[in-house]
Design a protein around this ligand. Structure first.
Ligand SMILES: Cc1cc2nc3c(=O)[nH]c(=O)nc-3n(C[C@H](O)[C@H](O)[C@H](O)COP(=O)(O)O)c2cc1C
Length: 190
């Protein structure tokens, strides 16, 4: 079983990355192999025009880094989406990645490869209110539905007050670890 984390923050070793690491730690504990990709390290352009029929779409920008990253994601059994909340949504790095899926997910062999894949969603946000996570978890639940995947759970954590503070939140880190462990166990049951 392989878990691939896609990190949407440009800040390595900061809050969103730390939260993902805790999920991966739990996944490893449950026996999974884990990998991590920082989306900001790659050239993922915004999607170009596509035709309305999703079965006939082509990726007109396939000369950038997206197709390789897509392959890596499709090779994983579980994708961990880890992003800060930016302006009531996922980060632009992650949004570009998600938009680009549109050129592939509706046609063979990609549609079949997406089907049944596991997904975990985690996010951090600057506001205090826990409901802030919904800006990420709401859209991502629908995204997973559209991809015909399995939504294995989510977790949001506030970084209110600023700073690199998730690493000092043992409760959040252990909840994230548990999420990773349970997700792998759930996926192995299928
Ligand atoms: C461009 C930008 C937009 C942001 N928008 C929001 C927002 O809409 N709501 C919120 O609660 N926090 C917002 N934040 C705060 C980040 O979500 C928060 O600091 C997060 O923990 C950063 O994650 P990181 O430390 O992994 O980079 C924003 C931060 C930036 C840089």
């Amino acid at each position: 079983m392989k878990v691939l984390a896609l990190i949407g923050s440009p800040r390595k070793n900061w809050n969103t990355d730390t939260l993902a690491d805790a999920v991966l730690k739990g996944a490893k504990e449950a026996g999974a192999r884990v990998e991590k990709i920082y989306l900001d390290d790659y050239n993922i352009r915004p999607i170009a025009e596509v035709c309305d029929d999703r079965r006939k779409r082509e990726d007109l920008r396939a000369d950038d880094d997206f197709p390789g990253l897509l392959e890596q994601s499709l090779d994983a059994d579980i994708v961990l989406w880890s992003t800060p909340v930016y302006w009531q949504g996922v980060s632009a790095q992650m949004k570009c990645f998600i938009d680009r899926l549109s050129s592939y997910f509706g046609r063979p062999p990609y549609a079949q490869r997406f089907e049944g894949k596991g997904h975990i969603v985690v996010c951090t946000y600057g506001r205090k209110e826990p409901e802030t996570a919904r800006w990420v978890t709401g859209p991502m639940k629908v995204t997973v539905e559209v991809l015909r995947g399995r939504y294995l759970g989510d977790l949001g954590a506030s970084t209110s007050g600023g700073g690199n503070r998730i690493r000092q939140m043992p409760d959040v880190l252990s909840a994230a670890q548990e999420l990773g462990k349970k997700a792998v166990q759930k996926m192995a049951e299928k």
